[in-house]
Design a protein around this ligand. Structure first.
Ligand code: NAD
Length: 373
């Protein structure tokens, strides 16, 4: 008698049930160009790369290392993140596209070997994908990848510099755009912003806001990190979980994705949402719910592209875009999305997604014309 998946999982640690996802169907739903699976038994490398679009240039997107429960979960995350990158790159007006690489982590993996092997695999793609940092992949890991390929954000002195600062500049411009759309001015000293998450980006946002005199209240799960931010920046800490009910002009999510859903949106007391966390809406319909409740939502993929703008401009023109340029670029796209959404009385997330898709379709049509001639 054969054994079940559950039995196999008990017998073979690390065994995952087979992928029960129709890859081509999943790709065709959002019109993905290519999905690549990397496997190397020697090093233990197991990864997926989704290239959503390269019609305007190389696909930019980080390497996420995560202990996914199943291959299916990894693949779906890869597709979702890759599409979001395409939208970010299109709205940022960069001559490139979106991609994402997810590396399946597990205990005992020889990380240096795996990342070095990944560098070889990225090099084989001939420049169609340009890798950057993401969850689980920082300067150390990028250094290992860079040993085998130029198509990666180099760490340290060789690289584009402060990517987190670039993200903060863009997200800050998004908060400013929300306030201007609501009240016609920023008027920082009279504003309250509630930040969820005081990690790299959340702390940077808190600093930019307090420097301008805004009142910042924040939640953070890590008690030490929270106390340090309170001490250094003079911000007010809230009990994690209470950030949704806290009265504020802007709720600024800088922790995990999926935090705005049926329950939290009902509790949300802020007048606007603008932050850096990726995929902050649990489902796209939650953008409509915010709109129905009269809460202005500045879509994450419009305002959290600072790091990719900095990394891509470094790669494409040899010099990274500065923080001011990034803030200006993102601020003007965010303002335009909010203005158009207001004029059409539609949710900004729909307006922004349609604009991103229109730009991608235009590039694809131009490429198709070129290849015919
Ligand atoms: P980080 O890991 O440094 O910080 C996240 C912080 O959020 C941590 O301190 C964590 O303890 C805290 N946290 C997690 N869940 C929480 C909760 N429920 N309530 C309160 N605090 C919580 O990550 P980061 O680099 O600051 O990135 C933050 C977000 O911005 C992520 O979603 C990331 O994908 C997104 N983002 C980051 C960049 C970048 O340049 N770092 C670029 C684009 C998007």
């Amino acid at each position: 008698m054969g054994c079940s998946d559950a039995q196999r999982a008990g017998i073979f640690p690390g065994y995952n049930p087979p992928v029960a996802v129709h890859i081509l169907d999943a790709m065709s739903r959002e019109d993905f160009e290519e999905v690549v699976a990397f496997q190397d038994r020697e090093s233990g490398l197991r990864a997926f790369l989704a290239l959503h679009d390269t019609s305007g240039g190389p696909a930019f997107g980080g390497i996420r290392r995560f202990a996914y429960a199943t291959e299916k979960a990894a693949l779906l995350d890869c597709l979702r993140l890759s599409l979001a990158m395409s939208w970010k790159v299109a709205l940022a007006g960069l001559p490139g596209g979106g991609g994402k690489l997810v590396l399946l982590d597990r205990p005992g993996l020889d990380l240096e070997r795996v990342y070095r092997e990944l560098g070889v695999s990225i090099e084989r793609l001939g420049g169609r994908y340009y890798a950057g940092p993401d969850v689980g992949t920082g300067e150390r890991e990028l250094g290992w990848v860079a040993a085998a390929t130029r198509h990666v954000t180099p760490p340290g002195e060789e690289g584009p510099g402060d990517l987190t600062g670039a993200t903060c500049s863009g997200a800050f411009a998004g908060v400013a755009a929300a306030l201007c759309q609501l009240d016609g001015e920023e008027d920082w000293p009279r504003r309250t912003v509630v930040i969820q998450g005081l990690g790299n980006v959340g702390r940077g946002m808190a600093r930019l806001l307090t420097e301008r005199g805004a009142r910042v209240r924040a939640t953070e799960l890590d008690a030490e990190r929270a106390a340090a931010a309170e001490r250094e920046l003079g911000i007010e800490l809230l009990e994690p979980g209470t950030e949704f009910e806290a009265e504020a002009d802007v709720f600024c999510p800088c922790a995990m994705g999926g935090v705005l859903h049926d329950v939290t949106i009902r509790r949300l007391a802020a007048r606007a949402v603008a932050g850096a966390a990726n995929n902050v809406l649990a489902k796209s319909r939650h953008g409509d719910q915010l709109h129905e409740r009269g809460i202005l939502y500045v879509p994450d993929f419009v305002i959290n592209s600072g790091a990719v703008i900095r990394g891509a401009t470094f790669h494409l023109r040899g010099e990274p875009a500065g923080k001011d340029e990034i803030g200006r670029r993102i601020g003007s796209v965010a303002a335009e999305v909010l203005r158009r959404a207001a004029a059409e009385a539609r949710p900004p997330a729909r307006v922004a997604a349609e604009e991103a898709e229109r730009r991608i379709a235009e590039r694809r049509a131009a490429r198709a014309t070129l290849s015919k001639n």
